[in-house]
Design a protein around this ligand. Structure first.
Ligand code: CA
Length: 718
């Protein structure tokens, strides 16, 4: 059985395949199995226009839960699949027949829907809703009226809504500025209705939000335009309705009334901007100048094909589900960060000022602690985008960046640890200029020196905290790489030395030395290396954190007593000594801490084990003892990645494309182990032939002859 692995450089071929047909936006939308959303988004879209199921709970990180049977409306922002209970849910639009005499309550908006009358494809979502009729909170489901058809498409900054009502008559669209996933006390909203035009009605304003855990305050501006002029409107400010056309407060909204015709949909567009509502209006008219819904839908599909089509798969021997999983996860890789630049090439930075971005696209919305390994994968598919992301990170670091976000964000965002490692990765790839890198480098040093304080520096570890020690060591390594590149020899020596701090915490263990916490006096602490969260460990175990510093794998293996010991310990981590016992599986696929460990067999001289475990974890059933939040009791023997609304393991967040990028890397047989290190680990390709468009008319082809579900060991590679 010979599988070969032949990268080939060749000329690009023309291709008009529709790759969106392989994407299932419902994968991972059953809340605790991925935290994904099914709505409309284009690649890097600031607007992620998606249904919000009812009732919303803090467990619904992206607003939608496949297992809930009511939809309360459609909102424009979210950070998909992240922890911290998510962020977004801004500008909720609800089509309704209900007559309101006071502020619409959430329960009166919630309409029944069925998955049989719901569909989604990249850049388009539709659902049929059972309307409610009646007044205020006495409104009831009205099955006899027919369905309200809700359709969504979008451009980067603009959501396009199209609602078809079953009967002629008076209908309303509710525009709720108070709704959001975090507490609603800090909206500081402003809105103004312009009804002076004969043909349409417009609303402009702003609001503020946070992520649900209470960090990362942001302010966004909006502009909304209707296609047909409203027949009347009411605004609300708190519980009361008003005829006033402008309002300021935390709990604001508008009821827009229309004379609807059953054969003529009611259409509105909503644009978001970090700069101003005037800019949102300019952006709307630049992005979507007219009311041609089908054209915008087609454009969104084209935008996805431009990205998804960068990787072409030929796969005669294997089932189509693997291909669908691949493109579905490739799709999920391009939602965070978002394009936060206006169509006038301006953006607002975290210092509150507006800057020009004439020579690049400014990206924002970070969840870097989770997804930092995703970025070199993005770079592999769309290098020009990655280049601009690196520049954006440098600029954001210069204007203000911090763990869990500072309270002057411009868009929903989560956290930013390891930003410096991506700077190092970009610098190593020649993706950033000296003048942009230097101020970011200075900030990175300030951040690192504030965490690795004099006490930590003297001890050579963070007392009691293995997790912080390994993560700071990695960031220090990244700073050392940048120092070297910038010709700062003293800094290089200082941070390189500090990057080895983690080596101070390896302790002799029966099966290979593993990381262990030490107190401030240098004594080993009592610890349980298999216990999730032991001694304050963040979302992992000592066994899992032991492998964290993949920037220094050889050093790490030396600290474990050499490669042979490291191999024994790796084998033990994967429970190979007791393969039928789920409790023996100490590695976890469900969370970020040691996702890269299957690739470390390559370093320990056993690449066949890397190939075995990658194929097992990503395509077959494996033992899972640890969940995203603790342990499964009992352990589960299960497929981790499935083409299903329950698309990931229970409690396994996708974390803004983290898990998606792991699947994509696994399927390609190429995995960027460590941002900052420009090498890729070879795993085992899932498909016979994959062709990457690498730009300039060149392609990179990965061929794996005779590869199949059972034939995946690489015998030779060229
Ligand atoms: Ca996670």
């Amino acid at each position: 059985m010979i599988t070969s692995y032949i990268p080939v450089m060749a000329k690009e071929s023309t291709d008009d395949e529709d790759y969106t047909q392989y994407v299932d936006p419902f994968v991972g939308t059953d809340v605790d199995y991925g935290q994904q959303f099914p709505g409309s988004v284009v690649p890097y879209g600031l607007v992620k226009l998606s249904p919000d199921t009812y009732p919303h709970t803090n467990d619904d990180h992206a607003g939608y839960d496949y297992s809930k049977n009511r939809i309360a409306g459609f909102s424009h922002t979210r950070v998909e699949g992240v922890g911290g209970q998510g962020a977004g849910g801004d500008v909720l639009i609800t089509p309704t027949y209900v007559n309101y005499t006071r502020r619409p309550e959430a329960s009166s908006k919630a309409m029944l829907y069925s998955h049989d009358q719901e569909s989604a494809t990249p850049g388009y979502y539709e659902v049929e809703l059972t309307p409610k009729t009646g007044s205020d909170e006495n409104a009831v489901d009205n099955e006899s009226l027919g369905k309200i058809k809700a359709e969504m498409t979008s451009a980067i900054r603009t959501g396009f809504h199209q609602y078809t009502f079953p009967e002629d008559g008076s209908v309303s669209l509710l525009v709720d500025l108070n709704y959001t996933y975090h507490g609603t006390d800090i909206r500081n909203a402003v809105m103004e209705i312009d009804d002076s035009n004969d043909d349409f009605t417009a609303i402009s304003g702003r609001f503020s939000g946070k992520n649900v855990s209470g960090h990362g305050k942001y302010t966004l501006y909006f502009y909304l335009e209707t296609q047909q002029k409203v027949s009347s409107f009411k605004t609300w400010n708190g519980s009361r309705l008003y005829d006033k056309d402008s309002q300021t407060g935390n709990d604001l909204g508008v009821i827009l009334n229309f004379d609807a015709k059953s054969n003529e949909p009611v259409r509105i567009k909503v644009s978001l901007s970090t700069v101003s509502s005037e800019q949102a209006k300019i952006d709307m008219h630049n992005e979507i100048p007219d009311w041609d819904f089908d054209q915008v839908k087609a454009d969104a599909k084209d935008a996805w094909n431009d990205v998804l089509g960068k990787i072409k798969i030929e796969n005669s021997a294997q089932s189509g589900s693997l291909k669908k999983l691949f493109y579905t996860h490739l799709y999920r890789m391009f939602m965070t960060p978002v394009n936060a630049t206006s169509t006038s090439n301006t953006y607002r930075a975290t210092d509150g000022k507006v800057y020009e971005a004439n020579d690049y696209v400014h990206y924002d919305s970070w969840t870097l602690w989770d997804d930092f390994r995703k970025y070199p994968m993005i770079g592999l598919v769309v290098p020009d985008v990655y280049k601009d992301i690196i520049r954006s990170l440098a600029d954001t670091m210069t204007t203000g960046i911090g763990t869990w976000g500072i309270d002057s964000q411009t868009v929903p965002t989560v956290r930013t640890e390891h930003a410096v490692a991506l700077l190092a990765d970009g610098a190593a790839k020649g993706y950033i200029d000296y003048e942009n890198l230097l101020p970011a480098y200075q900030k990175a040093k300030e951040i690192a020196d504030a965490t690795v304080n004099s006490e930590v520096e003297a001890l050579g570890y963070v007392p009691g905290r293995v997790d912080k020690t390994v993560e700071f060591s990695y960031d220090d390594w990244a700073i050392a790489l940048l120092a070297k590149q910038l010709g700062k020899e003293d800094d290089y020596q200082k941070y390189l030395k500090r990057s080895f701090n983690y080596l101070n915490l390896y302790r002799e263990n029966a099966v290979g030395d593993i990381l262990w916490p030490k107190d401030a006096n240098g004594n080993w602490m009592s610890a349980d290396p298999e216990r999730y969260g032991d001694n304050g460990l963040y979302q992992g175990t000592l066994w899992q954190y032991t492998w964290w510093d993949s920037n220094d794998v050889n050093g790490l293996m030396n600290a474990m007593g050499g490669k042979e010991n490291a191999l024994t310990a790796l084998s033990y981590l994967f429970g190979e000594q007791d393969p039928n016992n789920g409790k023996a599986m100490l590695h976890t696929n469900t969370n970020e801490i040691d996702l890269h460990t299957p690739y470390l067999f390559n370093y320990a001289g056993k690449p066949s084990k890397t190939q075995y475990w990658i194929r097992q974890i990503y395509t077959k059933e494996t033992w899972n003892r640890y969940s995203g939040t603790g342990e499964y009791n009992p352990p589960r023997y299960e497929k981790v990645y499935k083409l299903d609304p329950q698309g990931l393991m229970e409690t396994m967040d996708d974390d803004a494309g983290t898990m998606a990028s792991m699947f994509v890397g696994a399927a390609m047989g190429l995995f960027p182990l460590t941002p900052g290190d420009t090498t890729y680990q070879i795993g085992t390709p899932f498909f016979e032939k994959m062709t990457l468009d690498v730009g300039n008319g060149k392609t990179f082809t990965i061929e794996a002859n005779n590869v199949s579900s059972d034939n995946f060991y690489i015998q030779s590679a060229t």
